[in-house]
Design a protein around this ligand. Sequence first.
Ligand code: DCP
Ligand code: MG
Length: 429
Amino acid sequence: MKDNRSMSGFCRDCLAPASGTERRCRTCGSPRLLAHPELDKLAIAHIDCDAFYAAVEKRDNPELLDKPVIVGGGKRGVVSTACYIARIHGVRSAMPMFQALKLCPDAVVIKPNMEKYARVGREVRERMLRLTPLVEPLSIDEAFLDLSGTEKLHGAPAAYVLASFAREVERDIGITVSVGLSYCKFLAKVASDLDKPRGFSVIGRDEAVTFLADKPVTIIWGVGKAFAETLAKDGIRTVGQLQRMEREELMRRYGVMGDRLHRLSRGEDDRRVEPESEAKSVSNEITFDRDIAALDELVPILRAMSEKVSARLKKAGIAGNTVVLKLKTRDFRLRTRNRQLSSPTRLADRIFRTGVDLLQREVDGTPFRLLGIGVTDLTDASLADPPDLIDIQAQKRALAETAIDRLRDKFGKSAVETGYTFHCPPAKG
Ligand code: DCP
Ligand code: MG
């Protein structure tokens, strides 16, 4: 939003000050100027790398620089990502490769090299941690940063620190990022997507409500396709419509989600940036070579993974209060399901049985590409798995598991296999 009252700003290329009235930098001539009336006050950022896998591949092979590049393929045959040149032709993530090549026949297709991308992702993250300890990664290529209170340390406001960060990542790592800066996580994330690639967008407090008013409801965190359809049936398509509704009405119609719609539609989001802590959860997941839909194929894998999770809990002397099941569908939709237990556990048997119960509700013919199981709400193991006088069977299974653990300790891991894990592929990770 343009406002000339007290516009502070600078050039994103040479970092020289700018007033917000000029069109090009007076020092270097660049048009990439950043100015905003609230620029010095905003400190919550979302940073997302541009066309991440493709950018890494271009960095490592300069011949690809001006060519359309698609990363993906393999057995699954879908696009992981496409560079911005390929996107001009309409190529998108998750698109079947044959369709992508129809749109862009000249594209260079590269198989993903996950280890390399993970390494670059870590490098970027390490640099973020030099700016603030409050870095919350969301995925391999994106994170929230809270830079509140770091102005003294850096001798500059967050906006300036972030622009130098983007410049340095380009110079030292060789890929580009886009930055969203706001006063809350919701709008920081929205902002980082507004001006991709090499973007820097700012959404201030004063403009939040107006900015959101004409946007589709799907811009709101947690409003997916299915929920947007529910809202559309009720005649609600834009955030502005939500802004005009009473909180009570929204809650009556949509429960807790109604409260979220009420707050987020007004740009009210007080979630903190939560740094990654060492062990918030213990989990294990596997991405399959081919998608799996059948329960009887998923169950043995779940068993093997539950045992891994349990082994790690036992080793660390901790236990979890909540079991989390994670599924990713063929089109990359993530489903996580939680169940709080009556007491914390570190037993494979309890993790597995809870997991199966959650899994059964999800198995409906959908092909899954990833399955994960874990526990969160960690506590000390001394509180775990109290003898359950009601469920004698559970007690028996717990005793059996302890006996199996002892045998495994003595004779090695494969000495004892439970019925579920026979012939099942080993879980990775
Ligand atoms: N990814 C994937 N399959 C998807 C989406 C993403 O394998 N359906 C991978 C490839 C991406 C990386 O995750 O490079 C990061 O995802 P983003 O959604 O951030 O996409 P990009 O970084 O590729 O592009 P953008 O510039 O839009 O952020
Ligand atoms: Mg990205």
